[in-house]
Every structure is written in C-alpha cells, then in structure tokens.
Design a protein around this ligand. Structure first.
Ligand code: T4K
Length: 409
C-alpha cells in the first residue's frame, strides 16, 4: 500500500511486487495433455510438414470460427507476408500506423509501400474516411487491423475495397475468438491473419494462420507456405517455408481445449480493472462491446495528462519501478520506426490522431498469470499516482536524467 511519495519504488520505496508482472505472459492450458501430445509426436517421429496435429489444428480452428479454410503457419508475420503475396498486392497498400510493426514490415519486406493511415480515436482502428483519401492509382489493397481484438470498420472498408477494386486483408493478430455482428472474425475481407505468438492469450509458442472462405486463395497459400510443392519433386509456384511444426500444433490443440477458461480469466481481470478505475478522472479503460464475443486479452488505459497531472511515460516508469511491466503498445507508431521514419519524415503531420494516441495509451498485465489481488495493487498504485500527479511530476523532474535512463527495460 502506497501512502506517501517515498513509498513509491521510483523514490526508493520497496517495489510492490517481488516478481515482475508482465503483459503477455503465456497461457499454457492442461500441461499433461500437452506433454501427452508431445510424447505422441515423438513416438510418431513426424515433426513437421503437414503432420496430423497440424491438420487437426487447422480443422478445429476452421470449425470454431466457421470459416472454410485455415492454413496454419510458423508465425503471424509470415502468414501476413504470404497472404499479401497470394493476394497479388503490389505498389501501395493502406495500413494503420498505429499497429505492431509487423503489419507494415510484411509489406515493405516485399517492396510494397505501406501508406500509413490515421485512426479513429474512439475505436483506435483505421478511419475509413482517411483510407479513401489515401487511395492513388498505385493502391492495390488495404490491410486493416482489429486492434486489441475490437473489430475494424468492416462494412465501410469492404465497401471501399469493392468499389475501388482493391483487395482487403485483415490483420486479426489480436482478434482470435472475437466476433463482429455475431460472425466470427475470420470471415471478412479476402482473408484474415491470426498470430498465435506466445504473448497472445491463445498461443502455439510461435504460430499464425491465414483464414479465408476463398478456395482458390487457400490453395495458393497452401502451396506458398510449402515452397510451392504440389507433390513429390513437383514445384508449381514460388514459395517459402511458412509451415507450422507439430509441437506448435500440439500446443495449439491443448490451448483450444482451455480457450473458454483463458477468456473467462481475461474478462474477470478486465472487469476488475474497470471497477478499480471507475470515477478516476483522466484515466479511461478501453472498453469492449459485450454483445460480441471478445477475448479481452488487452487491458488498455488511456491517460489524459491534462487531468492526471502525470503523463503516460512517467506513469509507466513508476509502474516499472514497482515491477509492473506495463507496455507502451504501439509507441511510437510504425511511421516513426525505421525504415519508415527515413522514407516519410513528414508522416506524423498527416497522422495527428495517431500521434496523440501513441502518447496516451498503455497496456497492463492480464491473463491467467495475473491474480485479482495483483490487479488491486496495480490499481491502488495508479490511483495514488494520479491523486498526487502534479507533486510526483515535480519531484521526478528534479531527477529526470537518471529517471529517463534505464527505464522501460
Ligand atoms: N500484427 C499485429 C497487430 C501484432 O500485434 C503482431 C504481433 C503481429 C502482426 C505479428 O505476429 P507474430 O509474427 O509475432 O506471430 C510481442 C510479440 O512478439 C508479438 O507477437 C505481438 N504482436 C506484440 C504485440 O507483442 P514484443 O516485442 O512486445 O515482445 P516482448 O518480447 O517484449 O514480450 C512482451 C511481453 O511478454 C514481455 O513483457 C515478456 C512477456 N513474455 C514474452 C515471451 C516471448 C513472456 O512472459 N513469455 C514469453 O515467452 O512483441
């Protein structure tokens, strides 16, 4: 319990936690089920190349999401790269700047220009009005991100893509298990891409997938993720190695059996954070539409420093000192990262809403590894800090040099 400023670890008080609390601690599921599956695959000596666990995993995912095809991959970034190539994207593709850098890199890697689009501050997702303004004769597609698992403006984007003859891909890395108007994310655009990275609430250690209802596209993607092999010694297309391994699929199948439990814990945590922050001026918990299916894997705060008297970075530094490793997802925005920063030095002028948001948001620890008491402690610290915002800011400014060094580590 923090009752005076010197209780804060940043001012040499004792940290609130002994062990670090992370954003993105992996969920495991039933450990014995996983170990049994690993034993099976060892006995079988079939480790990769479309093995039985991968096939079972793909079928289960497709069934759960009500989508025709799931092509499992080694990770979400490769899944994006392959989907982009299979869709024939070239020239320019419109993407949000407010996303994990993989969304942009998957394009630039193939020498396609990511054209950064501003967001709607209410949804944190790409603003369709801005998308329209960015279309040029070189534009071939749009990649929208369902950020935090909150669906993008699916209808508006579909309409734009259809009317302008563009391909529409959704980066659904955050949105496994989420729905839009009752239909599972997986069924929109030409294709959607998931990440099953360790930090996602549902993981395959590393992994990802492209899902689509388009038979032809799915067949092409299957070839592309396996060097273009259509049979022994028969390569009919350019391809790469995007295959998911059997051990990854074993983890995925195990996780799928516990998915409702993972979501229930995330939801419980999200509600607890919401309750704890109720009525705290200047702090807003990003909300989810409870009429839809959600995975609640991200607990995102927006800090209005004009009200709290303390800015997001100061708050995050204070939390890190307490061993709460809150994250600044997705600071500073893709447009400020290399190589984009050098390519488009004036991009920030065109992205005022992104620029504002990247300075306000932070992501808090959640998932099965986080207990309700942990959340109460985190929230108590944040409430205390906000209550004494101006005072803390003044004190931090006197120690600014050591304060800004070594933080966010
Ligand atoms: N599109 C979007 C919108 C994405 O968010 C992502 C990935 C992708 C595409 C690409 O999908 P993948 O190719 O990754 O499948 C992490 C993840 O590496 C990344 O998958 C994820 N998004 C992104 C949001 O978060 P970092 O750089 O923040 O990871 P890192 O190493 O700092 O770990 C985050 C936290 O998780 C740390 O506090 C420690 C904890 N952690 C991490 C790992 C790996 C654990 O507790 N255990 C672990 O095993 O990117």
């Amino acid at each position: 319990m923090k009752t005076c400023l010197s209780d804060l670890a940043v001012f040499d008080g004792a940290p609130a936690f002994r062990e670090r609390l992370h954003v993105g601690r992996p969920n495991i599921g039933d450990r014995q089920r996983l170990l049994d599956r690993i034993n099976d695959l060892l006995d079988r000596r079939w480790f990769t190349n479309n093995g039985p666990f991968v096939r079972e995993f793909e079928q289960t995912v497709a069934d759960v999401l009500g989508v025709k095809h799931c092509v499992a991959m080694s990770n979400g970034t490769v899944a994006l790269e392959i989907a982009i190539r299979a869709l024939g994207l070239t020239g320019e593709v419109i993407v949000p700047a407010f996303t994990f850098v993989a969304t942009a890199h998957a394009l630039q890697w193939q020498e396609i220009t990511p054209v950064f689009c501003d967001i709607d501050p209410r949804t944190h997702n790409m603003d369709p009005l801005q998308v329209e303004r960015l279309i040029t004769p070189r534009t071939t597609g749009i990649i929208a991100v369902h950020l935090w698992g909150r669906p993008s403006e699916v209808e508006a984007l579909t309409e734009i893509a259809d009317s302008r003859n563009l391909r529409l891909l959704f980066d659904a890395a955050h949105a496994f298990g989420c729905s839009y108007k009752g239909q599972m994310i997986a069924n929109f655009g030409n294709a959607e891409v998931f990440s099953f990275h360790a930090t996602k609430f549902f993981n395959t250690f590393e992994g990802g997938a492209v899902v689509t209802n388009d038979d032809e596209l799915a067949a092409k993607i299957r070839l592309m993720k396996n060097f273009g092999f259509a049979g022994y010694d028969k390569v009919i297309y350019i391809g790469t190695n995007g295959k998911m391994s059997e051990v990854a699929a074993a983890m995925g199948l195990t996780g799928l059996e516990s998915i409702e439990e993972f979501i229930a814990k995330n939801y419980r945590n999200y509600r607890q954070y919401q309750r704890e922050f109720q009525g705290i001026q200047g702090i807003q918990v990003v909300t989810y539409d409870e009429n839809e299916k959600g995975n609640y894997q991200y607990v995102i705060l927006e800090i209005d420093e004009n009200i709290t008297g303390i800015d997001r970075d100061q708050l995050i530094s204070i939390l890190h000192a307490e061993k709460v490793l809150a994250r600044r997802y997705f600071y500073p925005g893709c447009h400020m990262m290399q190589p984009y920063r050098s390519y488009y030095p004036h991009a920030s002028l065109l992205l005022p809403k992104t620029e504002k948001l990247v300075r306000r948001v932070l992501s808090l620890p959640t998932g099965a590894a986080v207990q309700l008491e942990d959340i109460s402690t985190i929230c108590q610290i944040i409430r205390f800090v906000v209550k004494h915002g101006a005072e803390i800011t003044a004190r931090l400014s006197t120690m600014q040099s050591d304060f800004s060094e070594g933080l966010f580590t």
